[in-house]
Design a protein around this ligand. Sequence first.
Ligand SMILES: [Zn+2]
Length: 377
Amino acid sequence: MDVLIKGGRVLDPGQDIDRTADVAFADGKVLHIDDNIVPDNAKTLIDATGKIVTPGLIDLHTHVYWGGTSIGIEADDIARRAGTTTFVDAGTAGPANFLGFRRHVIEHSRAKILAFLNISFAGIYAFSAKVMVGECDDIRLCDPAEVVRVARDHLDLAVGVKVRVGKIASGADAAPYGLARIAADELSLPVMTHLDLPPPTHADVVPTMKRGDILTHCFRPFPNAPIISERQIKTEVLAARQRGVIFDIGHGMGSFSYKTAEAMMNEGFMPDVISSDVHSLCVHGPAYDLLTTLSKFVCLGLPIADVIRAATVAPAAAINHPELGTLTPGTVGDASILACSEGRFDYVDSEGQSMTGHQKLTCDGVVIDGIWWPNDD
Ligand SMILES: [Zn+2]
């Protein structure tokens, strides 16, 4: 046994486990979960009494091409405070610079990194406080054949195709979505679609999204919110859920609104996946990281088991990596040890709206491939 976590509340929604138990890891994998595992030969013994032990959290929407792009942050800098063992990069790199992402960042990262490949050749190459040029602003940059070629060279890392359309990202052109669709269909991988300011609107892209595709920023503010009014969700959004389109939060700098979230949740429309869209312009607020985004949903009233599901088994399924996001024996040995504190905590959304919550999730440390990595902050 390499690591033994004792006495925690094991919360693994993918296996319907929510009980006090011990979790053992060996050879980089989950060994077993049991009521009382004798710690005889454990190299690292962790007392998790009063803590929550989850599968390693997966952040489905991040930007971690650090140094290669102005939007990128370093995954390992925030992995432990965020409880995140897998960062899924949402199209920071395109076909032109994916090899550098792999060689210079992913291969050196302790936290796992998987990636959606951007339909735009250079990825998100000009996203900063000073310079903001949409990577889909010039349609010549969007070449599906190049995306297919590079994705096929990196199928161990590539999980789908990312496209950003909207006034900011594509100069109001919806055509890049159609090109991403062509590449993704050729690869049999999902498209992750971002909508910013209109045009285009949901009606321009959502009706052709397929089962397994991901609509990120799904609770974004007006304009281009998924609702028409407080009581009325857009019909194309409801139809997409029926078809099996995956709705992902992608908090970010400008893409998550309490007003939208409350209206959607009041109508019974919960997100499938909760992700942070953490990048260089929101890592110091309002998004901060995955765990802060999850805490907001706990405070919005989503049961904690549902919150953890949306950051474990749900994103694992969305990227077709069932060996992640679970503590099933024999799967990848990743786990997060969380604490849930009670008190008064202020949380701000992307519109600057404040909410006082009574719970806050923090992380004591993570296990990655069966090795304990404590949070020393
Ligand atoms: Zn993003």
